[in-house]
Design a protein around this ligand. Structure first.
Ligand code: PGA
Length: 220
């Protein structure tokens, strides 16, 4: 069976003081998430907040992820944050989110480079795809199926369709761990986590509120 992976993608919203409020709200509910059986939680804040989140959860089972990684190694690449730097604070990294593809022109060959570098530095990629035709780089194990129309729209895919996509991916590689993302809420999360083939969720908007994310964890 394996455990469920519940990932919060905090996107580019919070500054430090807002992040402190989020973390203190989340920590107040420690009883809910501290000894979860069969659920793994990953929180992916902005780069600037990685040290804060990492130290806030260092004595817990919560894992930290980055939302992006440079396609370059250490070096003269102004403005980039590379896998070695991320590794100091995180164990996961989201690669190929549809917002990266759409607004930053990231394509399959660039995403393959990011994946290789993430793995070189022992970061586990959470590789996002929008449909089952997408290229998936070698070495990827966690795939988040996130159809464009469902992201931030309040209009999630059906769990039947998400399950169908998961099964197609699993036929390609039974070792894949397939997550669903796109307008996941506390109300609909269990329909996805119970759907055949799915092993978790990637939550954007609904994770921005710590209390709502706690409910998602409880209901998953
Ligand atoms: P959403 O975003 O939950 O706000 O739809 C999901 C994502 O972008 O990963």
């Amino acid at each position: 069976m394996g455990s469920l992976l519940i990932v919060a993608n905090l996107k580019s919203y919070k500054n430090e003081s807002e992040a402190k409020v989020w973390v203190s709200e989340f920590i107040k509910q420690r009883a809910v998430w501290d000894n979860l059986d069969g659920k793994e939680i990953v929180i992916c804040p902005s780069f600037t907040l990685l040290p804060f989140f990492s130290s806030s959860f260092s004595d817990t089972k919560i894992k930290i992820g980055a939302q992006n990684v440079s396609p370059f190694e250490v070096g003269a690449y102004t403005g980039e944050v590379n896998a070695k730097q991320i590794k100091d604070f995180a164990t996961y990294v989201i690669v190929g989110h549809s917002e990266r593809r759409k607004y930053f022109g990231e394509n399959d060959s660039l995403l393959a480079k990011k994946t290789i570098l993430a793995k070189t530095f022992d970061l586990t990629p959470i590789y996002c795809i929008q449909n089952n035709d997408a290229q998936i780089p070698e070495g990827v194990q966690i795939i988040a199926y996130e159809p464009d129309f469902a992201i931030g729209s309040g209009n999630p895919d059906t769990c039947e369709n998400a399950s169908k996509i998961a099964k197609i991916l699993l036929e390609k590689n039974p070792e894949f761990r397939v997550l669903y993302g796109g307008s996941v809420t506390a109300d609909n999360v269990s329909s996805f986590t119970k759907a055949e083939g799915l092993k978790g969720v990637l939550v954007g908007g609904a994770s921005l509120d710590a209390a709502e994310f706690i409910k998602i964890i409880e209901n998953a």
